[in-house]
Ligand binder design. Structure first.
Ligand SMILES: Cc1ncc(C[n+]2csc(CCOP(=O)(O)OP(=O)(O)O)c2C)c(N)n1
Ligand SMILES: [Mg+2]
Length: 346
């Protein structure tokens, strides 16, 4: 009886970072990055319609950073970040409905509509915020890592902050203590080249931020943040270092935000061409799309189906966020540190 030769397995594309990545992984990164992008675009629209108030900082352009690092995380690992936080929440598995409803200030939001864009948390997903004070989350990240060290487990904490935050004093106090105590903390500098309207070229003599760790004896490296595979490869190294009890590690991830600092940004500090060039030549989602197509791991139709699926998830989150009621007045007196509830005037 003639035996059939098993179909040759498609070879996984070789990453620029040198790691072999499976088709399934690539599709997952494509999906995860696209979810963040479409979600943020929708948040931008809702903001324009007046459905989201206050501050709102979009993550569009930086998706590969958090998706690449989340690919290296395991259950129990923690994350904490700044106000540019929606992507981090989605990447660690928080519910898009709860995030969007928090943006619109509704009862179904992660903080029952009382926190908004910069103040969401998830105990279940070990997401510790969302911090509006620049660099405030960095010592908190070291503290979270301390708790794991104290408990004797092998969890790590991803502590994200920006290039602007990297010039703050408390970052270096946290570095010092993290090194002395060998804390399993990955300090992730998301260097998107601007702090509000100030370019890194104007704010610091040396814009190689990771090298500052040397003063504290902390190892680190610079990573191409527009290449999700490079981020993942560097993340694996950092995670292995921390899990092995070797103390903290610094990843300076070079990235770029396409949108303004927040929704009210006059964008006079850079040219349209600069942004356009980045979008056209370096976009992280497009890079993965090209690897999938040229390696014949997915067809245009497969990718279209994923796009459609993501659009549906995002549209559903916007519907949920619009339909969820505003928080009841009594909610003003919950989740606060005071027991003294004002009584109605008699
Ligand atoms: C202590 C403090 N100083 C100033 C501000 C105002 N502020 C908000 S965001 C920001 C820029 C921070 O830039 P960066 O750390 O690079 O993060 P990015 O916005 O680029 O993600 C500043 C100065 C603040 N929120 N907190
Ligand atoms: Mg920045």
């Amino acid at each position: 009886m003639a035996t059939r030769k098993p179909a040759a397995k498609a070879k996984p594309p070789a990453s620029k970072a040198g790691a072999n990545v499976s088709k399934e992984e690539l599709l997952q990164y494509y999906r995860d990055m696209l979810l963040i992008r479409r979600f943020e675009e929708k948040a931008g629209q809702l903001y324009g319609m007046g459905l989201i108030g206050g501050f709102c900082h979009l993550y569009i352009g930086q998706e590969a950073v958090v998706v690449g690092l989340e690919a290296t995380a395991k259950e129990g690992d923690k994350r904490v970040t700044s106000y540019r936080d929606h992507g981090h929440m989605l990447a660690c598995g928080m519910d898009p409905n709860g995030v969007m409803a928090e943006l619109t200030g509704r009862e179904g939001g992660y903080s029952k509509g009382k926190g908004g864009s910069m103040h969401m948390f998830s105990k279940e997903k070990h997401f510790y915020g969302g911090h509006g004070i620049v660099a405030a989350q960095v010592p908190i990240g070291a503290g979270l890592a301390f708790s794991d060290k104290y408990k004797g487990n092998d969890n790590v904490t991803f502590t994200y902050f920006g290039d602007g935050a990297a010039n703050q004093g408390q970052v270096y106090e946290a570095y010092n203590m993290a090194e002395i105590w060998d804390l399993p903390c990955i300090f992730v500098i998301e260097n998107n080249q601007y702090a509000m309207g100030t370019s890194t070229k104007r704010s610091t003599h040396s814009n190689s931020y990771w090298e500052r760790g040397a003063a504290y004896g902390i190892e680190g490296e610079e990573v191409d943040g527009m290449d999700v595979l490079a981020v993942k490869a560097a993340g694996e190294k950092a995670v292995a270092h921390c899990r092995a009890g070797k103390g903290p590690y610094i990843l300076e991830i070079k990235t770029y935000r396409y949108r303004g600092h927040s929704m009210s940004d006059p964008a006079k500090y850079r040219t349209r061409d600069e942004v356009q060039k980045m979008r056209e030549e370096r976009d992280a989602i497009e890079q993965v799309r090209q690897i999938l197509l040229t390696g014949k791991h997915a067809s245009e139709d497969d990718l279209k189906a994923i796009d459609k699926e993501i659009k549906e998830v995002v549209n559903a989150s916007a519907e949920f966020a619009k339909e969820s009621p505003e928080p009841a007045l009594e909610e003003l007196w919950t989740d606060i540190y005071s027991d003294v509830i004002p009584q109605e005037a008699s």
